[in-house]
Design a protein around this ligand. Structure first.
Ligand code: PHE
Length: 353
């Protein structure tokens, strides 16, 4: 064969191969094409092999042309493979298309326990008035829970706070440790560890040896407040608690203070708000039991004996303290009728907050 013939054959081969490739639209067809032209016995492979016996000059010319064809076919092959792959992807995407208009599956969302919510709300109200939140131990010494709060042994006021004692006996044969009955011992800890001015708020768990019913639990939360400074008066107590009542229960709340007794305050008071359910009307109201008022906490001016007890000069410093049951506040605010619900872990209850 002459060089010209060889070159023409190559041209024809190239044209035919490229036509065939165009017609190969599946992966298998393209693979067959590859084998037919570029496989071990492929047409182009054979041409390349057939170059060996040629004269060097001829081989150079035909070889160069054959390599060009080979490069062209390889390029064509790569292009065809790409096209098939992207067509397959496209088809897959069409088939498995996601319908973004379908509604999603709801993910159950957790939420804060109503006690946590009310504690945060109470704290936020007092923090906005400059109080600092601190916490104390749930296991206390008799000394802090009672003695330092002006409740000596055999004081009848101890009857108000029967509690759970820790099985630990000191040298005198006494049980000096208990689960705290109120957060008031933190008044003493705070005063022992700092100097006035003091404005602290103490949320925390308390315990009482109590038969449970709709309004009593042996475990509950209190929030204690204490402010000590020069020149603090009962007017400060009233103003602070009035603001608190309005923040939690609405701007039109009225408050009422009546005398009450707690050994660690003098004078002591019980604070009530006008019933937000019946607007103080009373008659037939379940929330305030017909009285028009709802008691929400105990409060009072810190007893000078307590101030002296921690080494404060009671002629220089005065203060007020208050304490409220957190669940009770939540019960009022959310209309919960049984305190035991707070610990039942019933999602039907908890899911409502
Ligand atoms: N500690 C009291 C109680 O548990 C409440 C209280 C706190 C009263 C501070 C007055 C001042 O009932």
């Amino acid at each position: 064969m002459t060089t010209d013939n060889l070159l023409r054959n190559l041209e024809e081969l190239q044209a035919k191969a490229l036509d065939d490739l165009k017609a190969s639209s599946s992966q298998e067809a393209v693979e067959q094409w590859r084998v037919a032209y570029m496989g071990r016995r492929g047409e182009l492979t054979q041409v390349l092999r057939g170059l060996a016996p040629l004269a060097p000059e001829e081989r150079r010319i035909v070889g160069a042309a054959a390599n060009k064809v080979k490069a062209l076919l390889e390029e064509g092959l790569a292009g065809a493979e790409d096209a098939i792959k992207s067509a397959a992807l496209q088809a897959m995407a069409e088939q498995g298309r996601i319908d973004v208009t379908l509604p999603g599956r709801p993910v159950p969302l957790g939420r804060l326990h109503p006690t946590t919510q009310i504690l945060r709300e109470i704290c936020a109200a007092f923090v906005s008035m400059g109080f600092q939140v601190v916490e104390g131990p749930e296991v206390e010494w008799d000394h802090y829970n009672f003695e330092m709060l002006n409740i000596p042994k055999d004081h009848p006021a101890r009857d108000m706070w029967d509690t759970l004692w820790v099985d630990h006996v000191d040298e005198q044969g006494e049980r000096p440790m208990l689960l705290r009955t109120h957060t008031s011992p933190m008044q003493i800890h705070t005063m022992e560890n700092t100097e006035p001015p003091i404005r602290v708020l103490v949320p925390g768990k308390c315990y009482r040896y109590e038969a449970t019913d709709a309004t009593h639990e042996s475990q509950f939360y209190q929030v204690e407040g204490l402010a000590v400074d020069e020149g603090i008066t009962f007017a400060d107590l009233k103003g602070t608690l009035y603001e608190f009542a309005r923040l939690l229960f609405g701007a039109d709340r009225k408050v009422r203070f009546r005398v009450d007794y707690f050994p660690f305050v003098e004078p002591g008071a019980e604070m009530a708000i006008d019933c937000f359910a019946c607007k103080g009307e009373g008659v037939g109201c379940r929330v305030c039991k017909g009285t028009g008022w709802i008691e929400i906490m105990g409060a009072g001016m810190v007893n000078p004996k307590v101030l002296e007890g921690v080494g404060y000069d009671s002629s220089k410093y005065t203060g007020f303290a208050f304490g409220m049951g957190a669940e009770r506040i939540a019960m009022l605010k959310y209309g919960i009728e049984d305190i035991r619900l707070f610990h039942n872990n019933d999602l039907r209850f908890l899911g409502q907050f």
